[in-house]
Design a protein around this ligand. Structure first.
Ligand code: FES
Length: 141
């Protein structure tokens, strides 16, 4: 079996993540199943978590990329209202109890944001291209 990927994965330009602004949602493989994660900027730092509530494992955003409450203080799950501390993903109220969001390490350098895979959270590999031709369905016709 192939070793898990640990290489930095480019996510977006730093300028795309505004302080307490909209999050960027991205696809990953969690325990080898497709899942979504998100990144946002809070108190100047980029944080990223699995988009997966600690109460029930469902996605949390109100609309795609909208994770923060109206005051832009807490990450709020749109399903039953669990609140999380954006800085560390710890549950601070609601039905998530003592749970926390699954963190994803990030790094910001030279104007870009990167995330780092782990054993559990891997990048999506797009391997459905035809045998070696690199062609897209459009370019074949
Ligand atoms: S699923 Fe998030 S609070 Fe219930």
């Amino acid at each position: 079996m192939a070793e898990p990927c640990t290489d930095a994965q480019a996510l977006c330009a730093s300028g795309e993540l505004l302080e307490r602004g909209q999050g960027i949602v991205f696809d990953v493989m969690l325990w080898r199943a497709p899942a979504r994660a998100f990144a946002l900027r809070f108190e100047g730092k980029v944080v990223a978590y699995m988009n997966r509530c600690a109460h029930v494992p469902s996605e949390m955003d109100w609309q795609v990329g909208q994770f923060l409450d109206m005051d832009k203080r807490w990450i709020l799950c749109s399903v039953h209202g669990a609140a999380y501390e954006p800085a560390d993903g710890q549950c601070v109220g609601g039905p998530c109890g003592r749970g926390r969001l699954m963190p994803i390490p990030t790094e910001e350098r030279e104007g870009m944001v990167y995330w780092y895979p782990s054993r559990d959270i891997q990048p999506v590999v797009f391997d459905d291209v035809g045998p070696g031709d690199g062609a897209t369905p459009e370019s074949r016709s």
